[in-house]
Design a protein around this ligand. Structure first.
Ligand code: GDP
Ligand code: MG
Length: 163
């Protein structure tokens, strides 16, 4: 059985773009509108020869189980709890937002190891966001660009101890 990696983060940080890059097919819907991934998507990923199952999650806005976003959040939480490691994406151009802090707090209370990916950091963009991401309280954030495929070797190095 392949190890499992869950991609988590607030809407629009690039989770589905990363999923598509890792799985290599246009399986996840990428959209500019926040929250477009309505259900969880899974695929087999290969990263520089490392093979794992990857889950693209959606939804962390509310924990009210009576609502669709609440049920999406419950699915996200279940995926993270079952995963061997979580990739926590932030948008390094936007910096750390209150929802990022909320997700970070939930992740810190759990047992799943967390790798922070400071996404949208292609070129020199997002340097301040990468620095902000240090304050989330996990290991050193990995500067990354899901869209441009930058930081893949550093992601490999960060994943290796966990899978
Ligand atoms: P999700 O809501 O977290 O799944 O985010 P998506 O993968 O749907 O991406 C949201 C938007 O961010 C889209 O317009 C993507 O093209 C864009 N995006 C994703 N990754 C990057 C990146 O590395 N750099 C930049 N500049 N934009 C990105
Ligand atoms: Mg998505």
């Amino acid at each position: 059985k392949l190890p499992t990696v869950a991609i988590v983060g607030r809407p629009n940080v690039g989770k589905s773009t990363l999923f598509n890059r890792l799985v290599g097919k246009k399986l996840a819907l990428v959209d500019d509108r926040p929250g477009v991934t309505r259900d969880r998507r899974e695929g087999d990923a290969t990263l520089i020869g490392l093979e794992f199952r990857v889950i693209d999650t959606a939804g962390f806005e509310t924990d009210d189980p009576q609502t669709l976003p609440g049920r999406m959040r419950a699915q996200t939480e279940a995926a993270v709890i079952q995963a061997d490691v979580a990739l926590f994406l932030i948008d390094s151009r936007a910096g750390v937002t209150p929802l990022d802090e909320e997700i970070a707090q939930w992740l810190r209370n759990g047992d799943t190891p967390v790798i922070v990916l400071a996404n949208k950091a292609e070129g020199r963009a997002g340097e301040s966001g990468v620095i902000e991401a240090f304050a989330l309280g996990f290991a050193e954030p990995v500067p990354f660009s899901a869209e441009h495929g930058e930081g893949l070797a550093d992601l490999f190095d960060a994943l290796l101890p966990h899978i």
